[in-house]
Design a binder for this molecule. Sequence first.
Ligand SMILES: [Zn+2]
Ligand SMILES: [Zn+2]
Length: 143
Amino acid sequence: MGTQTPRSTWGRWQMTSVERSKKNTARWIEWYLQRRDTAEFQKYQSEMLARNRNTDRFREMSRRQARLYAQRHPEKIKARNALTHALERGEIVRPLECGDCGNAPSPGRDGRTQIQAHHDDYSRPLEVRWLCRLCHAKLDRKY
Ligand SMILES: [Zn+2]
Ligand SMILES: [Zn+2]
């Protein structure tokens, strides 16, 4: 059948990933958690992102992931939307410093702020902690 397109490879990967056992998934998550903070892995991830960001397949994948995430965590999406609206209306002002370490990181390369909102309780969408990426990652890992 000639050369394989990336699409068919991807389709096969998806099938096997559906068939994967829970044990394998758990092992994979563990593998990922162990590596996601290493410089090597982050370099690989950002390279992959840069390569694939503008492909239709990648966009479709991101959309599907966002949809799945919204289905699994409706309360998070609701809280985030409420917060976004409050920020837009000026009811809440995003601080420049991290509420934990006090650092004031400069905006990222895309111009976006590096101070992120953390919800302790998604049923109170406007009660957030403002944290730098580092402190936020540390905090979220505790939960
Ligand atoms: Zn911090
Ligand atoms: Zn958080």
